[in-house]
Design a protein around this ligand. Structure first.
Ligand code: ZN
Length: 197
């Protein structure tokens, strides 16, 4: 497994509509494994392939965290949150329900910035796993937000494209500063993820 370089806002690949995965090849499995390792190193919740420079419809989410987060406060104290990456091949939203809900979002491709985004409250989504098996789930809360955010990535949309122009410019400024200030001596972990040539 290998760490992949994270792409930040401004990269062309983040603007493109990603191609469906035609076959679940060894290359796709390797990409999913590498994305899982990268997501863990970045302490993120989910990662879409365009964020590591690959314009294909593949998303890796931390199912362990999503399940843990959905527990009650009491249960959370008893259960340990475990990292459990899951690959979603060609995921699609088949139904959206509920009015707009605003939750604060962040993104590994927009380091150092968070903002509230309006999204549907409940989504039903479908995907194939790495074995080619189709799944369908109805999700709300953080999972629903996460799925909408990740599927946006596959269509070339960032969460900062869904907020005001003023806030978007502020976010882009922060990303620019983050990249300029990357220092392999000072932020070794960040440099491994964002600074590689
Ligand atoms: Zn994102």
């Amino acid at each position: 497994m290998a760490l992949l370089k994270l792409q930040v806002a401004g990269a062309v690949v983040l603007k493109k509509k990603a191609m469906p995965v035609a076959d679940i090849t060894p290359a796709i499995r390797t990409l999913a494994d590498d994305m899982a390792e990268t997501l863990k190193a970045a302490h993120g919740l989910a990662l879409a392939a365009p964020q590591v420079g690959e314009s294909v419809r593949l998303v890796v989410i931390d199912r362990g965290y999503l399940e843990w987060e959905a527990l009650s406060e009491e249960e959370r104290k008893k259960v340990r949150c475990e990292y459990r990456p899951e690959a979603l091949i060609n995921p699609e939203i088949v139904k959206k329900e509920g009015g707009d809900e605003e939750l604060e979002e962040g993104c590994l491709s927009v380091p150092g910035y968070r903002a509230a985004v309006k999204r549907a409250r409940i989504v039903t989504y479908r995907w194939r796993d790495l074995g080619g098996v189709m799944h369908e789930r109805r999700a709300e809360g953080l999972e629903a937000v996460c799925i909408q955010h990740e599927l946006d990535h596959l269509d070339g949309v960032l969460f900062i494209d869904r907020i005001s122009r003023l806030k978007r410019n502020l976010a882009l400024g922060k990303v620019k500063k983050f990249v300029e200030e990357l220092d392999p001596e000072e932020d070794e972990a960040e440099y491994r993820l964002y600074g590689k040539p």
